[in-house]
Design a protein around this ligand. Structure first.
Ligand code: UDP
Length: 408
């Protein structure tokens, strides 16, 4: 795995110096990261890199994953959809499954650390243990909380209020809460297998192995098969402009261990894709980082037509590869895309269809969007910036109540 020093050239020397300076003031502190899946989805993607780099900076960091049965993940997926604004029927016994599962986890976990960093709603109620521990707790919410459905948010809110602070990915997710709310967007790792440079030969070999033909331009969406990523809307948009294009649509993705709906959505996508032989659906195992890298690099156009989105790492991943991206104007996506400068923001199937056609017919415009996008990601969404924001957050907790922290 790349060491911090290897980011100097890409991220610039000053951020590395900042990281070392901040880390010196946190040396020996311990951080415990907790989420609900070790593989699949953006949170696991980030923790895989964030944890080793924090340790390299001599901040003692471990990562634990809560355990739950099928019924727990069915409930937390309902929570997830409800927090994204969808109306869901949640029964009293669902809340009980959630509470019981977290109680079981609490009985088996050690939460001894200076800072306990809890990701998303699934493990949020672990905070009830906080009363007996004298440490700091952060709730890191990665999901789009712009319009949470009240029953689920009302259930979670009393837990969230017990945290020292919470972190959101976009300003529109802020809630009325009595604790500080901090804006920290996520990031991509430019040196990981998902994002590092690949030679044309490597790309070609990977696409061949995956049986993806490259004789026509590829329009691609890489996403878990999740309704909120709107894969059916992507197919619909493609079918609308298909008569005017020589192109293929590729929907590539897998599932996450904590998402029980993936198989059903994939089935619906496959059924709809049967309408046209130029629509390819690829189900990938969760370790397909190089494959996704190659697919993104081989694509002429990337879509991320989400209906709700916490951040949408796939957008930054594609922009980093200088690809023109058409994406839903939701959640954290508008932080990454300035419309018609670093990509295209859309609000409908028709909008996505219109821009698909336009960008494939205007390669100069498409190229410019990709170039601007890469620079925007370099400045805002690389792992080093994210790491610095977390170090600043830990320092601010250490010095809670101070207006200013002096670092020598
Ligand atoms: N991803 C993956 N395999 C897949 C689908 C997605 O590795 O089959 C990766 C994708 O490249 C990105 C992350 O998972 O790094 C998804 O993060 P994002 O924020 O886009 O969405 P989430 O899945 O967290 O809602």
């Amino acid at each position: 795995m790349p060491r911090l020093e290897e980011y100097r050239e890409i991220a610039g020397p000053s951020i590395l110096e900042e990281l070392h300076l901040l880390a010196r003031h946190l040396k020996g502190k311990s951080i415990l990261q907790i989420n609900s899946t070790a593989i699949g989805g953006g949170v696991a993607e980030i923790l895989n890199r964030m944890v080793p780099l924090l340790n390299e900076l001599e901040i003692d960091t471990r990562w634990e994953v809560i355990k739950g049965g099928e019924s727990f993940y069915a409930v937390t997926k309902k929570f997830h959809n409800a927090l994204h604004g969808d109306s869901q029927t949640i029964r009293p016994e669902d809340y009980q499954v959630y509470e019981d599962t977290l109680d079981q986890n609490l009985s088996q976990m050690s939460l001894e650390a200076d800072v306990v960093f809890i990701h998303d709603p699934q493990p949020a109620a672990l905070v009830k243990k906080r009363k007996t521990l004298k440490n700091r707790w952060i709730w890191r919410c990665h999901i789009d909380l712009s319009e949470p459905a009240p029953p689920v948010w009302d259930f979670l809110r009393p837990y969230i209020e017990q945290y020292d602070s919470c972190v959101f990915s976009a300003p529109s997710f802020a809630q009325s809460l009595p604790i500080p709310q901090i804006l920290i967007p996520p990031s991509i790792d430019p040196l990981s297998d998902k994002n590092r440079e690949l030679s044309p030969e490597e790309i070609r070999a990977i696409l061949e192995r995956l049986h993806i033909p490259t004789d026509k331009p590829l329009i691609t969406q890489v996403s878990r098969f999740d309704r909120l990523k709107d894969p059916l809307g992507v197919i619909e948009a493609f079918l609308q402009v298909k008569p005017y294009l020589e192109a293929r649509l590729l929907l590539a993705g897998g599932s996450a261990n904590d998402d029980p709906e993936g198989a059903q959505v994939l089935k619906e996508v496959r059924e709809k894709a049967e309408q046209d032989p130029d629509i390819l659906v690829l189900s990938l195992p969760p370790t397909s980082h190089l494959e996704i890298n190659a697919i993104q690099r081989a694509s002429a156009l990337i879509l991320q037509k989400s209906i709700r989105e916490g951040f949408g790492l796939t957008v930054s991943e594609a922009l980093w590869k200088e690809k023109p991206v058409i994406a839903g104007a939701v959640g954290g996506i508008p932080l990454q895309i300035v419309h018609q400068h670093s990509g295209i923001l859309v609000h409908s199937v028709e909008g996505a269809a219109y821009w698909m056609k336009k960008l494939l017919h205007e390669p100069q415009l498409a190229k410019k969007l990709g170039e601007n996008g890469k620079e925007h990601v370099r400045q805002n969404f690389l792992l080093t910036r994210h790491l610095r924001d977390y170090l600043l957050l830990f320092l601010s907790l250490e010095h809670a109540g101070s207006d200013m922290i002096h670092l020598q």
